[in-house]
Design a protein around this ligand. Structure first.
Ligand code: GTP
Length: 516
């Protein structure tokens, strides 16, 4: 073998080795960039922190957001949702005005015409809204069917014929000025949100609110629970601290819990645990009684539940949050309050005003959006809500929003047509993107009636979390126990006032602390 051949072989070997090394380096670099996109989250307590990529993170005792898309499950899976079955005819205590409760819930439902939507992928990136106002119009087939438009309600919305599922509205090319419609918040200063004005904004940027720190809100708002504090905490501690408990005292304890709306199952479970614990451990002081009661109540609140709100983007798409509930429970207010928290967390939020019955509802949401720097997609009055929700999600995807929150119209759970319409809103949205979170907003002051509502909503749209509002106005904070027990769905957020920052993540320990 001559020298030239040997040199040739050596060169070939070196080139081969170099190629292998290069290949390994390239594959490593690709792996890093792939897993790098969603790992940095900005907690809402004002610090910047790297978190694991498992989806959820704990921002101190602040709000806890996670990714949906099936990646984040419940730490403690809920028991199966209780289906109402024949109980759907239960209408005791329901509002009577215009109520169609006399229509049996299990009677044949009016059909919903399926109209083919464009392929989910086919129009991604091309669909835009017609103009900067972000107002969407009902698809032609909906607009052309005035019989489906409900009468403007005096007390409650009249039951409309469900409109046909809309085809995605054909939208003309958007003008260049609407290229960046989702405000980019200043993530570095989460408590004083300064989103950059969208390029399209023709007027001066609206004055943005300062957002109260989100960490430890439940603790700070504990005074708001004073009414429940008296009804549960003080009464129970008084009874437990009275020394040896005879049967009559145990009955008083039971009554106290029932009156605070814990519901029979939770009341029995709490009493049982207290009896067992008192038989085996000595409770001599008020502190002992408090510690025991706290332990038992916290356990009953299932601390293992995953209460994170699935509002983080995943797979390159925004999270989709649907907010549902009966009239006046606080859906719009909650949507606005939560948008504030998300914006403070550095998220791009887009709000969909799918309440097309009341123009005031969309205006209300628009005001919230302007105050926090979140864009609002709204429809014409009486437009098909499913169409508006669909448009909002399309726009959220097109413009790189992190989360699209859809505020739906209040509807009585006893109204078959309105409940069908809500089911349709979810189905239509899901043709574009999965709905990650369905938050049922329940007014805590209505007590047991809230449970009846919750059962029907759970059946129609598979709720994933409950927001209990107006806990500041009731002595019946025990409804939290009942809702979870009955639905197997976690209470994720609580409303503790009308103020923009009076929304807190629900934390069993802090909640029980506030009660005792
Ligand atoms: N005290 C108190 N009031 C609240 C709370 N949440 C909402 N509200 C008030 O409840 C009222 C109704 O709130 P909305 O957000 O308009 O309710 P909604 O469910 O969107 O109403 P509809 O769209 O008509 O169904 C408003 O006056 C809110 O300020 C809360 O946590 N505490």
């Amino acid at each position: 073998m001559n020298t030239a051949v040997i040199i040739g072989i050596v060169v070939a070997v070196i080139v081969l080795i170099a190629l292998v090394v290069l290949g390994v380096m390239l594959s490593r670099r690709r792996r890093i960039s792939l897993s790098d996109d969603s790992g940095t989250q900005r907690p809402v307590d004002g610090t910047t922190r790297q978190v694991d990529k498992s989806g959820g993170y704990q921002a101190g005792s602040g709000f806890n957001f996670s990714q949906g898309g099936g990646g984040v499950g419940l730490a403690e899976p809920p028991e199966p949702v209780v289906r109402p079955g024949t109980e759907r005819t239960e209408v005791d205590g329901q509002p009577g005005v215009g109520d169609d409760a006399s229509v049996p819930r299990d009677s044949a439902q009016r059909g919903i015409r399926d109209v083919a939507l464009p392929d989910a992928d086919a129009d991604t990136g091309t669909q835009t809204l017609p103009d900067d106002t972000t107002e969407t119009s009902a698809p032609d087939d909906v607009a052309a069917a005035p019989s489906s438009a409900p009468e403007a309600p005096a007390v409650e919305p009249a039951e409309p014929e469900p409109a046909p599922e809309p085809a995605a509205p054909e939208a003309p090319e958007a003008p260049a000025t609407s290229e960046v419609p989702v405000a980019e918040p200043a993530a570095a200063e989460p408590t004083a949100v300064e989103p950059a004005a969208p390029e399209a904004a023709p007027t001066a940027a609206p004055e943005l609110d300062e957002i109260a720190p989100t960490a430890g809100r439940l603790g700070r708002l504990r005074g708001r629970l004073s009414r429940s504090q008296g009804a549960i905490g003080k009464s129970m501690l008084g009874l437990l601290g009275a020394g040896d408990l005879d049967e009559e005292s145990w009955e008083d304890i039971e009554d106290t819990l029932l009156m605070a709306d814990l519901g029979t199952a939770s009341t029995m479970a709490v009493v049982e645990r207290l009896r067992t614990e008192l038989a085996t451990s000595s409770v001599r002081t008020a502190d002992d009684a408090r510690a025991l009661l706290k332990r038992v109540l916290v356990e009953q609140l299932r601390p293992g539940f995953d209460r994170s709100v699935r509002a983080l983007p995943h797979a390159g798409q925004p999270a989709v949050v649907l907010v549902v509930g009966v009239n006046g429970t606080g859906k719009t207010t909650t949507t606005g309050k939560l948008a504030r928290v998300l914006v403070a967390d550095g998220r791009r939020v887009l709000l969909g005003a799918a309440d097309t019955f009341r123009a005031a509802a969309a205006d209300q949401l628009q005001t919230w959006g302007e105050r926090v720097g979140a864009e609002v997609v709204r429809g014409k009055e009486q437009a098909d809500p499913a169409s508006v929700a669909f448009d909002a999600v399309v726009k959220g995807i097109d413009h790189g929003a992190d989360v699209v929150m859809i505020d739906t119209a209040g509807r009585l759970h006893t109204k078959t047509g309105l409940m069908d319409e809500l089911g349709k809103v979810k189905r239509v949205v899901e043709k574009k993107a999965p709905v990650d979170e369905v938050l049922l907003v329940l007014d805590a002051t209505v007590g047991q009636n809230g449970l009846t509502q919750a059962r029907v909503f759970a059946e129609v749209v598979d709720i994933t979390g409950v927001v209990l509002t107006k806990l500041d106005g009731t002595a019946k904070g025990g409804i939290v126990f009942h809702v979870q027990e009955e639905l197997g769905v976690p209470v994720k957020l609580v409303g503790l006032g009308e103020g923009a920052d009076d929304l807190a993540p629900f934390e069993p320990e802090a909640f029980v602390d506030a009660l005792l």
